[in-house]
Design a protein around this ligand. Structure first.
Ligand code: GDP
Length: 468
């Protein structure tokens, strides 16, 4: 009986793979996400995209209809119920969305402007994906800007091997595809090719040419993501619908009339209203009670723009949901959560504590202080700094405070090169500014990890020269 439920509810007991979009600034991540969200077949047909908190679900029926004949290429029967695409692009979102054993996203779309090629954040994203062993598809975006591009050429890409039969050789496209996308991927150690030429998707990264503006190539992209997810991840996507909900916090937000709420992605199990919310914090565990589970209201049901959420009794993975509960003030993005009945609280506490412990960054006896906005980005920053041979004495989530500066002033006494704070995507609090000047502490703040590492190591080099 239970088995049958699973099948009917989730189209075979696989859950939706969770998809994240990464890439360099201005390469078109947001535009691509918008275009994907607008993917609809004939208007009155059932099964459009459903909006979650922080994510959008594209049901498999929509993918099948949009992709049509293209699907023959996959030579596979798609059993996943759809794709859950995270609405916030960028690797900050990707890294803060974590779970035990790595990244929460099952698959990624790496957006590269085919005209500009690889940029610092593209390389950073590839490194993060590699570290997390997350399979990805490359969306080679902005093909509409290729000189001489003609939208009728998209179908010919599918038959690229026979391009000689095509009246206009796709030279400019070919050059940009090779120089700006394939070659840099090869240099980073990946085999990569145009998706229609790839024989084995487990060995070669598939590149799908798209235009987020005209929509060309979007069906092909959705098809490749769905196909890849199924091929790579069948085991990972097995849904345990009987179990309690496991998830991660995407964002902490104040909402009118609700107080502090969390937006979370549930990747496993079922969350029920009235159950207990167990949150793993960097310094302990919070147990509170779920007051409301909220989903976005469709526009036509909203009476007032402030009335944007609809309470539900339960939510089944994979899903994005807003949770209202007391005492959420100390909670931060990236914290692991469980939503459990009373008798499972202890078990859940142990789980989240273990997860937080594993996410803790190993520190050196001496070194610098690093700060970041989420646990995930802190880890990504620490990893990149380590690769550059930087020693880290302390790693913490949060803005740069006066206390931080005073602490670093003491590190500086042992070695002037440790008188630095490297901070990712956080602010320097006004109270800290004076102390920074007083103690002559060097503070690096940026929202690009790659740049932080570069700026810091450059500074170290100069300081070493100066000290000599
Ligand atoms: P993000 O920073 O990666 O999220 O990039 P955006 O989605 O904000 O896009 C940056 C700019 O590129 C915007 O002006 C978009 O309109 C434009 N853009 C994005 N995708 C395309 C595309 O496929 N073709 C063209 N012509 N412009 C694009």
């Amino acid at each position: 009986m239970a088995k049958k439920d699973k099948k009917t509810k989730n189209g075979g007991n696989l859950r939706c793979p969770i998809v994240c979009v990464l890439g360099h600034v201005d390469h078109g991540k947001t535009t691509l996400l918008d275009k994907i969200r607008k993917t609809r077949v004939a208007k009155r047909e059932a099964g459009g995209i459903t909006q979650h908190i922080g994510a959008s679900e594209i049901p498999i029926d929509v993918i099948k209809r949009v992709c049509g004949d293209l699907l023959n290429m996959l030579k596979a029967d798609l059993k996943i119920p759809g794709l859950l695409v995270i609405d916030t692009p960028g690797h900050e979102a990707f890294t803060s969305l974590r779970k035990r054993g790595g990244a929460l996203a099952d698959i990624a779309i790496l957006v590269v402007d085919i005209n500009e090629g690889f940029k610092p954040q593209t390389i950073e994203a590839v490194n993060i994906l590699r570290q997390c062993k997350t399979p990805f598809v490359v969306a080679a975006n902005k093909i509409d800007l290729i000189p001489g591009w003609n939208s009728k050429e998209m179908p010919f890409i599918l038959n690229f091997n026979e391009k000689n039969q095509h009246p206009n050789a796709l030279t400019e496209f070919e050059i940009r595809l090779y120089e700006n996308v394939i070659k840099p991927l090869n240099e980073l150690g990946f085999e990569a090719d145009l998706y229609s030429r790839v024989q084995d998707v487990t060995k070669t990264v598939c590149i799908v040419p798209v235009s987020a503006v005209t929509g060309e190539g979007i069906p092909d992209l959705l098809m490749m993501v769905a196909g890849l997810a199924q091929k790579f991840l069948e085991d990972r996507l097995k849904l345990n619908v009987e179990g309690y909900a496991k998830g991660t916090i995407l964002e902490v937000k104040e909402e009118r009339g609700l107080g502090t709420t969390i937006d979370a992605i549930i990747y496993d199990g079922i969350a029920k209203r009235g159950d207990y919310l167990v949150v793993g914090l960097p310094d302990g565990v919070l147990v509170t009670r779920v007051k409301a589970l909220l989903k976005p209201k469709p526009l036509d049901e909203m009476r007032d723009p402030r009335d944007k959420f609809k309470p539900v009794n339960e939510v089944t993975a994979a899903a994005g949901v807003k949770i209202a509960a007391p005492d959420l003030d100390k909670v931060i993005a990236g914290c692991p959560i469980r939503i459990v009945p009373k008798d499972k609280i202890e078990e859940a506490k142990e789980e989240v504590m273990r997860e937080v412990e594993e996410a803790k960054i190993e520190v050196d006896d001496e070194g610098i202080l690093i700060k970041a906005d989420t646990l995930g980005s802190l880890e990504a920053l620490a990893n990149e700094l380590r690769k550059a041979g930087v020693k880290i004495k302390k790693a913490e989530v949060g803005d740069v405070t006066k206390k931080d500066v005073i602490e670093v002033a003491s590190y500086k006494q042992s070695n002037p090169l440790y008188g630095a704070i490297v901070a990712f995507n956080v602010k320097i609090l006004p109270e800290a500014q004076k102390e920074i000047e007083k103690y002559g502490i060097k503070v690096f703040v940026d929202n690009i990890i790659y740049k932080l590492v570069e700026d810091f190591t450059e500074w170290v080099k100069k300081e070493e020269e100066r000290i000599k």
